[in-house]
Design a protein around this ligand. Structure first.
Ligand code: PMP
Length: 396
């Protein structure tokens, strides 16, 4: 018999395991460890949202829904996206409800990529982008963003990597793992490039509510999605979901907004592979959009306070860290210690019981940095900072 490992599809056999999960296998079951690892809100989903899911069950709403998702939810999404991003989508033909942004990403790549088509994206980035592109038979083309530019994506760097095979430009601002945002002028330059080179843009807006402006990050600054710039809606797939801002990771709910032809193509894959997203989650999501915004703002303010604490802590211990404009991650620079980011993270875990993610888990461009998720109780963050300070002082 041919060994089973030789029967695997080539693109699957070659996939690395997620560097985050690998690292966190080491932490499982260790109560002494303070984890700044997994990128998940520490809040429970707001009660009115949970109640809507319970109510759906009570009412016996336990069936499939339309493949595109409940029309009432698509209408609520259309209203929300119009307000949040200033782009109007038709609930009937331009919105698809998915199992998280994760599924939406996979659908977008699978709907568009032929073997050999290239996808440009910025790195360090979310761990799924490159594998999802490879699984869809595309070619990942990562562009390194730099701390000097606060991890914004420079249009000049993108222009230098465009080839006749480039089909998609993939964006994620605010960015996981850096917390970087894209200044509007640079976003406008990217839009111009996309139009000139006839690129499709996929924009992952999952952190777009979690923004920090003004003194101490307490103000909610403006956010521009590339989908809202002139000439862009017709070539953009906007991905968003409920996991981060509404603290609804376990509901597994997201959506894709795109022109009808693309929505229909993604819907076909979704129809055969997933059928529909969970109906209880969809009812909960309607409540999130209709009655969850106050909770989103209070969670944002709580993250803003923790972001400040982290910034002050890193400044005190002389660990360079740019002030992130969004999400709930800090991405301090650990290059001064002469350790790889993995060595730094391993030793910090072993010596001080604090778990952070090595930057290299987010692509080679993340080497020299570590990701610290501050969606953790403030007293734990204070202890984690003290322990990191002890560790850093020993390394100096
Ligand atoms: N995109 C980014 C940038 C993320 O950080 C995550 C989750 N960590 C996802 C997508 C996937 O989110 P979801 O729970 O909606 O599948």
């Amino acid at each position: 018999m041919i060994p089973l490992s030789d029967r695997l599809a080539k693109q699957v056999a070659g996939l690395p395991r997620s560097g985050i999960r690998d690292f966190f296998d080491l932490v499982v079951g260790r109560d002494d460890v303070i984890s700044l690892g997994v990128g998940e809100p520490d809040f429970t989903a707001p009660w009115n949202i949970r109640e809507a899911a319970i109510f759906a069950l009570e009412k016996g709403r336990t069936t499939y829904t339309a493949n595109l998702g409940l029309l009432a939810l698509r209408r609520a999404i259309a209203g929300y996206v119009k307000k949040q991003f200033e782009v109007a989508y038709s609930p009937e033909t331009e919105i698809l409800v998915t199992v998280g942004v994760s599924e939406a990403l996979d659908l977008a790549f699978r709907a568009l990529l032929n073997p050999g088509d290239e996808v440009i994206y910025h790195e360090p980035c979310y761990v799924s982008y490159s594998p999802s592109i490879v699984l869809a038979h595309g070619v990942p083309v990562p562009i390194t963003t730099k701390v000097e530019d606060h991890f914004a994506l420079l249009a000049s760097d993108v222009a230098a990597r465009i080839t006749p095979r480039t089909k998609i430009l993939m964006l994620n601002f605010p960015t996981n793992p850096t917390g970087g945002i894209q200044p509007r002028v640079e976003l406008e330059k990217l839009a111009k490039l996309a139009i000139e080179h006839d690129l499709i843009v996929i924009t992952d807006e999952i952190y777009s509510e979690l923004l920090y402006g003004g003194d101490g990050g307490m103000e909610l600054p403006e956010h521009t999605s590339i989908a809202s710039l002139p000439g862009m809606k017709e070539r953009t797939i906007l991905l968003h979901g409920f996991s981060k801002a509404f603290a609804m990771t376990g509901f597994r709910l997201g959506y894709a907004c795109a022109p009808p032809v693309l929505t229909e193509a993604m819907m076909k894959i979704h129809q055969y592979s997933m059928l529909c997203a969970s109906i209880m989650s969809q009812y909960a999501a309607i409540e999130a959009l209709e009655g969850g915004m106050d909770a989103v703002e209070s969670m944002r303010q709580s993250y803003a306070r923790r972001r400040n604490l982290m910034l002050q802590g890193f400044a005190r211990m002389g660990l360079p860290c740019f002030p992130p404009g969004g999400a709930f991650y800090m991405f301090p620079d650990v290059r001064q210690f002469g350790l790889s980011s993995k060595e730094f993270a391993m030793r910090l875990l072993e010596e001080e019981d604090v778990a952070v993610v090595p930057g290299s888990a987010f692509g080679p461009a993340g080497e020299g940095f570590v990701r610290c998720c501050y969606a953790t109780a403030i007293d734990k963050l204070e202890i984690a900072l003290e322990r990191i300070e002890n560790f850093v002082n020993r390394l100096k």
